[in-house]
Design a protein around this ligand. Sequence first.
Ligand code: PEP
Ligand code: MN
Length: 365
Amino acid sequence: MKISPWVHEFSGTHPFIIAGPCSAESEEQLLTLAFALKALGITTMRAGVWKPRTRPNTFEGMGAVAFDWITKAKAATGMRFATEVATAEHVELALRADIDILWLGARTTVNPFTVQEIADALKGVKKPVLVKNPINPEEGLWLGAIERIYKAGVERVGALHRGFSSYQKSRYRNQPYWQIPLSLKSQFPEMPLLADPSHIAGSRELIFEVSQKAMDLGYDGLMIETHPQPDRALSDAQQQITPETLKTLLEQLRISSHSSTDTFFINQLEILRHKIDSLDQELIDTLSARMNLVNLIGAYKRDNNVTVFQLERWQEIMQTRSDWGSRQKLSSEFITEIFKAIHDESIRLQTDVITKEPSPSNDAS
Ligand code: PEP
Ligand code: MN
């Protein structure tokens, strides 16, 4: 894929902010918001027309009538609009209404049949298309959906990170698993990557910290659910914020650039990176020395018919290393992860040693 980095040119700002309601609810709601957001310098609004809901008989969006309200809000304010499309028919109606950005929702990205149907309906479309991550934490499905849209001739594609479902309880509605979008970005550095802090957070209080994290990681933009009266919203009420709160959030957001031309900064960075390089070399030398000892112990265990895995020793290692780490202000999760990996490798090496026959002694006597 050769994706053009279209976001900057399209938005004219960094970061690219898309704000607006979870769902388009009325003409008045969209008009009020469009004026309020325009006053903040926001150029693109989101508005869900059809809502994918977990249970039937709940609010499923206003449907195509919302396009009339969107058209009026566009004419009155010059605002651009983004909306979710989940079927080929949605695509057709959204294009007819001249929607500026289309996006595929998390429940669509999981299904390659639906994605392909939408991609076919999007053939040759010049408008930008954002692809939300699938609900489950699988990078391949996300990439596959982006590829299907791109192959349909849509050059302005982008990834929209909204977090992943998990059975585990967490403070977030959807777990961010930042490593997944970052891995996508490292394969396709030109591809715009936006975050949807509203659906990651699930509650108003957490939206700022998720937005800040996305900015610190170099994301290109944010899509933030905004409503004139969030508590009265027909969907996702607890995660929507007012335009006033959005204003404060954007003022407080620390935006760092991808690089700097300041020579002092560049030199300092170079010096620090050199230090990191040599520490990493030391780490590898230490690991290699450790594994040599592990091999030696493996041979002793084999010669004395002792099992490779020794529960007490394992428990002792985990406890002491975690204590040593906390004295150096290293979190116990971090130390545990590292020592689990070291232990797995040690077991693998010792199992290799044990399954090999002892080498014949050189001593002929
Ligand atoms: C939405 O953006 O309102 C939405 C339904 O999002 P998702 O597809 O991320 O659940
Ligand atoms: Mn929503």
